[in-house]
Write a protein that binds this ligand. Structure first.
Ligand SMILES: *Cc1c(COP(=O)(O)O)cnc(C)c1O
Length: 360
């Protein structure tokens, strides 16, 4: 069986060695005669898996001790509500930067609970850049300041974090988590749906500074209160057991096979620059994002001709490069090249694009 190069924005590729390991343990995990899927989450075998996943995430990301790691469900989208429910309870204000669809959804949800302010937006140019921020427009007594760090649909990323002073910085890192080192201590809270770069769908990871816990509003549903999960080791109810197990395997791969986030970043830079360099010299294809805000993970590009875009996506699929169709709001193509995409996959894609260009 031939595996394809999958450029999906999410769920996306997992490292092949992780899939092989998971397959080898499918019927009998570690001699206990059952699959991880069948295991009680209250068993000692499973406790070791979730503890191992948390310890590895702390090690790989360098998470300081005064942060809690929570393994939740509901996707990044549930965090759009959990963040304001838990954090927007001092002044009842929060600042949001509108850099795309996910940032907009997060902002709209927060606006239901308090005074959410959009301090800047790049909507005027289809979110093809990260807006310059003017700290004098920030709300000095905001309960937090929210950014979407890597904009999956539009292919932009913050190369520099906003300086929010004492106001906790909250970031949606769904599509850039584990792609390069990140200084967790600069943030009050980080969250990520795992299906882009960590694990299969079903798991959401939250990393939150301890002093931000315990301020949820009275009416917060028990399941949406971070304290419920932090006080119960993410086992208040049944956690997404199998996704957490795969997350642990992905973290082992990152640490032991790749060599950690610094090495991962080098590989990701190599992949992205292969594609950007090709786009910058191509007479047929061009990138849609301003060079200074380009993402390492999601690279949208177009030919400028919708029919030709369609022809390219179909031809690429025939050749084993799948899910290259761009998001409907940008059109054209998008190559999502998360951690598990091998360098070879991008080299072969660039080769295929240059042959397509020559033929057109
Ligand atoms: C995919 C994505 C989401 C939505 O994630 P779900 O887990 O499907 O809710 C939110 N934010 C970003 C940046 C994403 O890439």
């Amino acid at each position: 069986m031939a595996r394809v190069y999958n450029f999906s924005a999410g769920p996306s590729m997992l490292p092949e060695s992780v899939l092989v390991k998971a397959a080898s343990e499918m019927l009998d995990y570690n001699g206990c005669g059952q699959s991880v899927m069948e295991m009680s989450h209250r068993s000692s075998e499973y406790q070791a898996i979730i503890d191992g996943a948390e310890a590895l995430l702390r090690e790989v990301m360098g998470i300081p001790d005064n942060y809690k790691v929570l393994f939740l469900q509901g996707g990044a989208s549930t965090q759009f509500a959990m963040v304001p429910l838990n954090l927007m309870n001092g002044s009842g204000k929060a600042d949001y930067v509108i850099t795309g669809q996910w940032a907009t959804k997060a902002y709209n949800e927060a606006a239901r609970y308090g005074q959410a302010k959009a301090v800047a937006s790049s909507k005027d140019k289809t979110f093809s850049y990260i807006p310059k921020l003017d700290p004098s427009t920030f709300t000095p007594d905001a309960d937090y300041f929210h950014i979407c760090m890597n904009n999956t649909i539009y292919g932009t990323v913050y190369h520099q974090l906003p300086d929010t002073g004492k106001v906790p910085l909250v970031a949606d890192i769904s599509s850039c988590v584990l792609s390069q080192p990140i200084d967790v201590s600069k943030f009050g809270l980080l969250y990520a749906g795992a299906q882009k770069n960590m694990a299969p769908a079903g798991l959401t990871v939250v990393i939150v500074r301890e002093d931000l816990l315990g301020h949820a509003r009275e009416t917060t549903p028990t399941m949406l209160n971070y304290v419920t999960h932090s006080e119960n080791g993410s086992m208040f109810n049944t956690p997404p057991t199998y996704a957490i197990y795969i997350c642990k395997l992905v973290l082992e791969w990152l640490r032991d096979e790749i060599g950690g986030l610094q090495e991962m970043e080098k590989i990701n830079q190599k992949k992205a620059s292969l594609l950007y360099q090709f786009l910058d010299q191509s007479k047929l294809f061009h990138g849609t994002v301003v060079p200074e805000d380009r993402s390492l993970m999601n690279i949208p590009f177009v030919t400028g001709d919708e029919n030709l875009d369609k022809e390219f996506v179909n031809a690429a699929k025939q050749a084993g490069f799948v899910n290259l169709k761009g998001h409907r709001s940008v059109g054209g193509m998008r190559a999502s090249i998360y951690n598990a995409m091998p360098v070879e996959g991008v080299e072969k894609l660039v080769d295929f694009m240059s042959k397509f260009e020559a033929a057109h």
